[in-house]
Design a protein around this ligand. Structure first.
Ligand SMILES: C[S@@+](CC[C@H](N)C(=O)[O-])C[C@H]1O[C@@H](n2cnc3c(N)ncnc32)[C@H](O)[C@@H]1O
Ligand SMILES: [Zn+2]
Length: 547
């Protein structure tokens, strides 16, 4: 007999799996199983919710103190402490209940968690696991229902949840409209999408448009584009309901994406909706890209200091063809063009993850990802070293040389958590290519064929003072620590797992199953590995759903 809390269960029927402070019963009949790969998702979610809760508790306290004419610093100096804020959490698609059980045990002072699933067997499993973990059904409330209906039943502010967690198989898009309306003002939405074939592929462009309202692009930056398409979809769903979103952390992880966004109510901010979305023009020759905002916001200040904001149409500036090589563009988006992360939040979450490393099984990876995210330049999308040098058929260039040249020219530079050979920069496109043109001049290089893309790019005059002298910005802290970018391989063939059988039994999590004959995604616990396209599984189940 297995016994953890007061409930006991037959060992012949169940396996137990421990993750964080939870121990979960999984039926042995193989229709329900545990996917350890998602531990990182759950660890990050606990850290994000705890950090968000600290931020909100302080905001609320500051508001109360303001009425008393005091600041937080003054109150702290007088020995006062932040009043406890007890959030209500909705896990709308909960499967075995593992995530909710972990939230209940690892996030102190929760009001309650509504732990919902559509599948009656999943709800049985939730009940079993709540009891097995010695939790009350007052704290973790098992609920049978369709996630959308449950969320639409919580539209009134008094019924709102402070945190709404959406962790479906495939796309979260069907749940976004209800999600943004059931979360409180300033509340947190945690959203997973595993349909990367749709968000980051070339075969389901129409599907992507219908689900997310934007076209995907199979560029070097495809994983960041996926994040921007999802954020664009959450942003427009929120805007329809007089809300706007503030991304806190947006992560591209293995074969899925997970974003943490605050949702605020503000009809004024909603007026900026179009200007936070851009079409993305991707050159089919050299892979340069141009962002074309859908709207324009102009703020003017009069002589007496009064600000006037105007909202209008933006002007097309991408040109008919690529300015560097003259090739055609593919058009992607519209997609989110504003910051992917809140840097102060990332800093705080990183500090939390470090201080609580012993509590998180994937703490090394959390530290690695949050460190790289903290360093990311707030400029949309990226080039890669590989694409830049391939376009002109020259020798490779190191990140240090690329970063130094950009920094010496006065621009910011970073890699991306989604791609370690990314060149993220606020430098204009011609400056990036000037660095490559100057690199080619350092030779040796083959003479490009007449009329080729390489010839057109190299024929352009260098107008930037390019200096490859080492600049410390090219070597940030993340490059000095060994970052774990991928989940440690916990078992043989750990890759993404299918939803459990056609009967849809209560699964822990099972985003995708590689097609027969296809390899599971490679696992790379080492630093500096590219998680480019080949890490994405082809997923038969998802493709079926997503067409
Ligand atoms: C990926 S699993 C959830 C994993 C879970 N969040 C965790 O971390 O352990 C997705 C679950 O969504 C449930 N589901 C699918 N459609 C649903 C709907 N419309 N409403 C509620 N649950 C749904 C499935 O039964 C499945 O259990
Ligand atoms: Zn081009």
């Amino acid at each position: 007999m297995a016994a953890l809390g007061e409930a006991t269960y037959n060992d012949e029927q169940f396996n137990t799996v421990s993750e964080g402070q939870a121990t979960i019963l999984f039926p042995k009949n193989n229709e329900v199983f545990y996917n350890p790969v998602q531990q990182f998702n759950r660890d990050m979610s606990i850290a994000a919710i705890r950090t968000w809760r600290d931020v909100v508790a302080e905001e609320r306290w500051a508001k109360t103190l303001k009425k008393e004419g005091k600041t937080i610093d003054e109150a702290k100096a007088a020995g006062e402490t932040v009043p406890v804020f007890k959030p209500k959490i909705l896990e709308a698609l909960a499967a075995s209940g593992l995530r909710s059980v972990r939230y209940a045990k690892e996030i102190p002072d929760l009001d309650h968690i509504l732990c919902n699933d559509l599948d009656p067997e999943a709800v049985e499993s939730i009940k079993r696991n709540v009891a097995f973990n010695n939790l009350s059904e007052e704290l973790v409330r098992p609920n049978l229902g369709d996630a959308k209906i449950v969320m639409y039943q919580h539209l009134m502010p008094k019924d709102h949840y402070h945190v709404v967690d959406l962790d479906p198989y495939g796309s979260a898009s069907p749940f976004l409209d209800a999600g943004v309306q059931s979360v409180s003002d300033g509340g947190l939405m945690c959203i997973t999408c595993t349909d990367m074939q749709v968000l980051a592929g070339a075969n389901f462009t129409e599907t992507c448009f219908t689900k997310y309202g934007g076209m995907p692009l199979r560029g070097e930056f495809t994983h960041e584009m996926a994040l921007r398409l999802l954020l664009g979809a959450v942003h427009t769903a929120a805007a329809k309901n007089k809300r706007y979103v503030e991304p806190l952390v947006s992560c591209s992880i293995d074969f899925y994406i997970r974003v943490f966004v605050r949702v605020h109510v503000s009809p004024i901010e909603v007026k900026k909706t179009a200007s936070k979305l851009s079409l993305v023009y991707l050159c089919q020759g050299c892979k340069s890209f141009v962002l074309q905002p859908m709207g324009k916001v102009t703020v003017t200040t009069s002589e007496n200091g009064k600000e006037t904001t105007k909202y209008g149409l933006s002007t097309h500036h991408a040109g008919a063809n690529c300015a560097e090589c003259g090739s055609n563009f593919h058009i992607g988006g519209p997609a989110w063009n504003a910051p992917l992360h809140s840097k102060p939040f990332v800093k705080r979450m990183l500090a939390h993850a470090r201080a609580n490393a012993a509590n998180y099984g994937t703490s090394k990876r959390m530290e690695g990802m949050l460190t790289v995210i903290g360093e990311e330049v707030d400029a949309p999308l990226y080039y890669t070293l590989r694409a830049l040098t391939t376009a002109v058929h020259c020798n490779s260039i190191s990140l240090i040389d690329m970063g130094s040249a950009l920094a010496n020219a006065g621009y910011q530079f970073s890699v991306s958590h989604a791609n370690p050979i990314a060149v993220k920069t606020n430098a204009p496109q011609h400056v990036v290519w000037d660095v490559i043109r100057a690199h080619v001049k350092r030779g040796p290089a083959k003479e490009p064929a007449e009329g080729s893309i390489a010839a057109k790019i190299l024929a352009k005059e260098i107008t930037t003072a390019v200096d490859f002298k080492f600049h410390k910005a090219s070597n940030p802290p993340s490059r000095k620590i060994k970052l774990v970018r991928f989940q440690e391989n916990p078992e043989k063939n750990w890759g993404p797992k299918a939803r459990a059988g056609k009967k849809r039994k209560a699964n822990a999590d099972a985003p995708a199953q590689p097609k027969r004959g296809k390899k599971a995604p490679k696992t790379e616990p080492a630093a500096e590995q590219d998680i480019a396209e080949d890490a994405l599984p082809e997923d038969a189940a998802m493709a079926e759903d997503d067409q």
